[in-house]
Design a protein around this ligand. Structure first.
Ligand SMILES: C[S@@+](CC[C@H](N)C(=O)[O-])C[C@H]1O[C@@H](n2cnc3c(N)ncnc32)[C@H](O)[C@@H]1O
Length: 417
């Protein structure tokens, strides 16, 4: 069946209308003429699994990555970057029901500070799109940048010299499972974390990565396909550092950090611009990304976060930067008096705010709430309730993830008088 791509859906797939059906086709652009041969139902939508672009749209641009179209990492490299940003603005307008400008990422290649590379019998690279078992073999990742190529060359050399077995996911067999590469884009520091099943690692391993700041070996003894494990050993520095303006953050293999450092600067600056008063609560604080940046600017900051290791890192980060922000372990649903704070910053996971927290905000009525969201759908649902007592004073999108359909939104809510 043949049709023309009318638009991109919210997941970044082209929508083709054929007869009464709407079929969603990955890696296509508005204006493409597409021959769709097979599709399957995913959630409630029909998604093409076998298709061909028979007449490419004039909108298309040349993807920089040779693995684009098979690798599961990027979906939109063929769409010119200005159009990607427009697409994200349209997405926010549809899902939030308001016009929100999206700040583009200053870099659209080499911007990612972390990649999690699968090591498997089917390849060393990223999962093939649409599979959990197959991997696309890659030499480097242009979205991460040059050092990915260097690390992957060293890894292949190590494998060739020492012959360790590679993981076979269907059997939960084989030693090497993942290599996670992280880089401080503003410090140039590099971390390599090899994740294996239980076994012994040749002593020569760290020598292959002697240019890295920090080399780790982690063990994941479980069949779960995750790219972290218990730390077995490390060589070099325990942490690498990243810098956002005048704030330095420590990065550990088992801690989260915003993945696009250049755009993370704009994110922390924007949050700082929107915070009112003197006292701020950084809720869902992670490693203290917002809280420490704010404390450095003179705000009195407390942070709450469910993950004890992230809290430990946040307090270490506070100490490193000489600020007296205090972070503690806690849950969104159990927060105490929010009326003590001038501004409450919330940056929840994709599921959005806990209903108890929404009720607590409405009861305690802090003067301002700065909501950082990675999911416009749950943001909209939370706003529907919060707008009983608050009005939207500012809203802005930030493209943290070029070439993907994702977009971050920051909304400032002010208590109605
Ligand atoms: C989107 S991340 C934000 C991290 C941080 N603001 C940053 O920019 O690095 C969400 C954070 O919420 C934490 N979290 C998840 N569920 C939580 C809960 N029920 N209560 C408190 N924190 C939670 C996660 O551990 C994670 O660190």
């Amino acid at each position: 069946m043949r049709g023309i791509v009318e638009r991109l859906d919210n997941e970044g797939m082209g929508v083709v209308r054929v007869g009464k059906r709407k079929i969603h086709v990955p890696f296509t652009a508005p204006g493409d003429v597409v021959e769709v041969r097979k599709w399957r139902k995913r959630k409630k939508a029909l998604v093409a699994t076998d298709f061909e672009v028979v007449e490419p749209s004039s909108m298309r641009t040349e993807p920089k990555c040779p693995y684009f179209g098979v690798c599961g990492g990027c979906l939109l490299q063929h769409i010119p970057y200005e159009r990607q940003v427009e697409f994200k603005e349209e997405k926010l307008s549809t899902l939030l029901g308001m016009d929100v400008e999206v700040i583009p990422s200053s870099m659209i290649y080499g911007h990612r500070n972390r990649i999690d590379v699968v090591i498997s019998t089917s390849g060393i690279g990223f999962r093939r799109r649409g599979t959990w078992w197959d991997a696309v073999d890659i030499k480097r990742c242009p979205v991460f940048g040059e050092s990915s190529g260097r690390v992957l060359r060293s890894l292949r050399e190590f494998i060739e010299d020492h012959g360790p077995s590679l993981y076979e996911i269907r059997k939960n067999e084989g030693f090497l499972r993942y290599i996670v590469i992280r880089e401080g884009k503003f410090t140039g520091e590099l971390m390599v974390n090899l994740v294996t099943l239980e076994g012994s690692l040749p002593e020569e391993f760290p020598g292959y990565f002697d240019y890295a700041t920090s080399v780790y070996w982690s063990v994941n003894r479980t069949p779960s396909d995750v790219s972290y494990g218990e730390i077995e050993r490390f060589w070099g520095e325990e942490f690498i550092r990243e810098r956002l303006d005048d704030v330095t953050y420590l990065i550990h293999p088992n801690s989260f950090f915003q993945t696009n450092s250049h755009q993370a600067v704009n994110l922390v600056r924007k949050v700082a611009e929107l915070v009112d008063g003197e006292r701020a609560l950084d809720l869902y604080s992670g490693v203290g990304t917002f809280g420490i940046y704010l404390a450095k600017r003179g705000f009195s900051v407390e942070g709450i976060e469910i993950n004890p290791f992230a809290v430990e890192m946040a307090n270490r980060n506070a100490e490193l930067n000489g600020v007296d922000a205090v972070f503690r372990v806690g849950q969104d649903k159990d927060v105490e008096d929010l009326s003590e704070y001038d501004t409450v910053i919330v940056d929840p996971p994709r599921a959005g705010l806990h209903p108890k927290l929404v009720r607590k905000i409405l009861k305690d009525r802090p003067e301002s709430v700065v909501y950082v969201s990675c999911n416009p759908k749950t943001l909209r649902a939370n706003l529907d309730e919060l707008l009983d007592a608050y009005s939207v004073e500012a809203a802005v999108g930030l493209d943290m993830f070029p070439h993907t359909p994702h977009v971050e939104t920051v909304v400032k809510l002010k208590l109605k008088v």
